[in-house]
Design a protein around this ligand. Structure first.
Ligand code: MN
Length: 231
């Protein structure tokens, strides 16, 4: 059968080395996965993991050595950065045990879960879905994906965000409340994971607003850094 409209393109994220790309299936995000961030958002930091999603085409891929540009989104006056370790799933599955979970990981990247915080907070107050605060165009900037085998230290790596040369967020991935393996296990109990899924694993403390003209530099030890300007 013939498509009646041009078929949507599969979004793709560059892989380190420049020769390959990673096609994206879905984007899962973990809420409140660092204690200090949960506290800054008014929570105790002790609760089961919970999830939300962004559309796959919310990725804003930034290649190695490149600087990306994110258009300031509409309807917000409080666009926040959330610096996150992104897990790229290479092998799908459901009901994955934590002990087997890392076998499903293809690689890791530096990501930003950009958030229209004012809209998210309005939705929270009204008990409504977060989509408008979280799932808009270009809300998921991501750097080049590094194969998992190349970053054995990723589970306790320094994670930091600089804005205009000033430190904004800093922690270690070892402080994740729910580890990468535990997140995959929990997610796969609720959804069938597929190759191409990205998991934004949660942000450490220090989330704050950015404005047009800001330059963000996000780094995780061992991964390709993510440089992004807000335009
Ligand atoms: Mn987040």
């Amino acid at each position: 059968m013939k498509d009646v409209i041009p078929a949507p393109q599969v979004p793709r994220v560059p892989v380190t080395g420049g020769a390959s790309v990673f096609p994206v299936h879905r984007i899962y995000c973990v809420g409140r996965n660092y204690v200090e961030h949960a506290i800054e958002m008014g929570h105790s930091g002790r609760e089961p993991p919970f999830f939300f999603m962004k559309p796959a085409d919310a990725v804003l891929p930034v290649g190695e050595g490149d600087a990306g540009a994110m258009p300031y989104p509409p309807l917000t006056a409080n666009l926040h950065h959330e610096l996150e370790l992104v897990v790229a799933i290479g092998k799908g599955g459901r009901d994955i045990a934590p002990a087997d979970a890392l076998d499903h990981v293809w690689g890791y990247a530096v990501g930003l879960d950009m958030t229209r915080r004012d809209l998210q907070n309005d939705m929270k107050k009204q008990g409504r879905p977060w989509c408008i605060g979280k799932g808009f165009e270009a809300s998921a900037p991501i750097g080049a994906i590094t194969p998992a085998a190349a970053v054995p230290g990723i589970h306790d790596a320094a994670i930091e965000l600089w804005v205009n040369g000033q430190p904004r967020q800093g922690s270690r991935t070892g402080k994740l409340i729910w580890s990468v393996a535990e997140v995959i296990s929990h997610l796969s109990a609720a959804w069938t994971l597929a190759p191409g899924d990205l998991i934004y694993s949660g942000t450490p403390e220090g989330v704050a607003a950015v404005v047009r003209g800001d330059l963000l530099e996000a780094r995780i030890e061992g991964l390709s850094p993510l440089k992004l300007s807000i335009v």
